[in-house]
Design a protein around this ligand. Structure first.
Ligand code: GDP
Length: 301
């Protein structure tokens, strides 16, 4: 695998380019603060967080008697890293100590749940884990087929039932299959239809109850999949989902397609959820553990 920094650069995230250009050798003038503010807001960092970052950076500038833009770069990087790292488990690898460990993928349709399930299954299998996928998005027949296709490519078994069957029953089957075959990890892809929202939340709660009955520790990880292109518009949905299941982390997909790279800061600051993985493309290798320091270094490189 190429490393995270290289992937981020190759993903051609324009936002990182525009932020790094601001920290040139020129003197700090009012223009500098305007450019920084604009770039942070356009990047979806959020208005309040942008103001806070600028106030903190101004204070550092006065304190250290800094006059050149470039000299503020390391200070700004430090501010961003500490905001990201203020959220516990930011960038932490998945906790797969339970056997079997159930990873539940939740999020709205189109966010990239099925794709992420397939990428993750393939990567974990590559690390020597025995993986099963559960096709618990029984609402969309295409989702079952798509997951089976990923399973076929990765050589990972997919437990599925007919479309419209009970998703909790599919998850139950997958736990039985994992226990019988000694599998280490179950990745459960769930539905993300928004128009019948309350039913979906009940459905997710039922899945959580079934897991708890079979595995006392409950799900090992509940990952909410958020589309970076949607930016902060996805936050209300994330909060709704988090009520049905306690979220343990975010997978931020389509980061290769967004000009709102500041969304990572907003996820830390507003959602207070740790980002665990970033999706940087549609291929099996395009899922990377999120590394806050590498991210910020790449951003300001
Ligand atoms: P689901 O409805 O949440 O299961 O979403 P899908 O997994 O079907 O993904 C929706 C679309 O987004 C598909 O065309 C995926 O190939 C695409 N996709 C998912 N993750 C990424 C990513 O990180 N980058 C890019 N460019 N596309 C992605």
């Amino acid at each position: 695998f190429k490393n995270f920094a290289e992937k981020l650069k190759n993903a051609g995230n324009k936002w990182t380019q525009s932020v790094s250009n601001i920290f040139s050798d020129d003197p700090v003038t009012d223009d500098f603060w305007d450019e920084l503010e604009e770039s942070l807001i356009l990047g979806d960092v959020g208005v309040d967080t942008t103001e806070e970052l600028i106030t903190e950076l101004k204070r550092i500038m006065v304190e250290r008697r800094i006059t050149k833009r470039g000299e503020l770069k390391a200070e700004f990087a430090g501010l961003l890293v500490s905001r990201l790292e203020a959220v516990p488990k930011m960038g932490a690898p998945l906790d797969l100590s339970a056997k079997p460990s159930v990873i539940i993928m939740i999020g709205v349709n189109g966010s990239g749940k099925t794709t992420t399930s397939g990428k993750l299954a393939s990567q974990l299998k590559g690390e020597g884990k025995r993986v099963i996928m559960a096709a618990a998005d029984t609402f969309r027949a295409a989702a079952i087929e798509q997951l089976k296709a990923w399973g076929g490519r990765a050589g990972v078994r997919v437990v599925a039932q007919a479309p419209e069957s009970d998703p909790a029953a599919v998850v139950y089957d997958s736990i039985m299959a994992a226990k019988a075959s000694g599998a280490d990890v179950i990745i459960a892809d769930t539905a993300g239809r928004l128009h019948t929202k309350s039913n979906l939340m009940e459905e997710l709660s039922k899945i959580a109850r079934v897991i708890k009955r079979e595995i006392p520790e409950g799900p090992a990880e509940v990952l909410i999949v958020l589309d970076a292109v949607t930016g902060q518009n996805g936050f209300i949905q994330a909060e709704t989902f988090a009520k049905a299941m306690p979220v343990t982390g975010v997978v931020l997909t389509k980061f290769d397609n967004t000009s709102k790279g500041g969304i990572v800061i907003a996820i830390a600051d507003r959602l207070k959820m740790p980002i665990r993985y970033v999706g940087l493309g549609e291929g099996v290798d395009d899922l990377q553990l999120f590394e806050p320091k590498t991210f910020v270094e790449t951003l300001l490189d």
